[in-house]
Design a protein around this ligand. Sequence first.
Ligand SMILES: [Zn+2]
Length: 218
Amino acid sequence: MNRHVAIATLNLLPLSVSDEFRAALAEWHFTGHVIDYPPKSGWVCCELCEQLHLSHNFEIANSQTNTSLLVDSSCILRFPEIVVRDRSGVAVTDAASRNACLREALQTRLKERALEPLQTALKKTPEHRPELERIVGAITECGRLDPKDILSLFDILRCAGIAFIPSDYTVNIRSAQATRQMLAMSESQRERIRPALSRDQFKRFAYLFRENDRVFSP
Ligand SMILES: [Zn+2]
């Protein structure tokens, strides 16, 4: 028995009916809940194998003993006995589909987290309701926002004193319209949306503005 399985066995058996590890694992299922942590939160512990990791925890539960554990997704994938169900409630057994279900649950949670400050803003700043509702729609439908919408959103949230995590929002810079919006922004506006840009986007963003300066400077 490797160390990983030995520790998992010690943690799992007291919370399970069976006293045999593989049979006990089969009593457990992924609940669909993902516990997310803000960026740079540091290490979190998997309650099954006790390994530290830098990602999110996924909840597994045993309905026979009414207990739950917060575990790293790698532990769910490592032990195929833990039941993972797709959106329609059907158990999926192949590794790729199980992984896809876990990724989908994580994306759902991250989208919820991105929408939470907007829900607060809708109550706190009713004057921005039409714009906020349009942005909620864009996040819900495609998960990305044009630079102009990111800027409007961040300005609304900052003015209203609503906490948010800029990197929760994905900027669309692929379309010609998005590029035009970025080119039209002032330096101060670019700085305000900068925390939402990925490293690669920032590189492209900087290049575009250098190009812009070169083309349009007198
Ligand atoms: Zn683990």
